[in-house]
Design a binder for this molecule. Sequence first.
Ligand code: FE2
Ligand code: FE2
Length: 133
Amino acid sequence: MKDIVWGEILSIGVDEIDEDHRKLVTIFNILNHAVVEGAAPEYLAATLEELINCTVWHFSHEERLMLKHQYADTAEHKAEHRELIESAKELQQEILQADKPFTDEHIASLERWLTEHILTTDMRLGSYLSQVI
Ligand SMILES: [Fe+2]
Ligand SMILES: [Fe+2]
């Protein structure tokens, strides 16, 4: 699995949100490398925990900005955040309970989990915030 390379395509045009996304991409890449290198399950679990915790924090950050700038689609965007956290926690449970190691499939689904929301829902938020900030 290739790293996610940070670039213009992922930028939503709002520096403080891009900074968070960049951090999330960095943690994802650390996890990806750890899987490829066959790191210990505890290390993989700790890295996934870090990614999820940072994401929870990041979502709160976005949600505060949406409220501050009276973003019309706040409720929908928040609902998507909740679903993303739930699906990440399900994946986490699956990995912790199963004897099987972290698979490429898990990493591929985490990659989609991380980038699809940025490329669609966050991008719309970015266009709005860029106009009002
Ligand atoms: Fe985001
Ligand atoms: Fe978001």
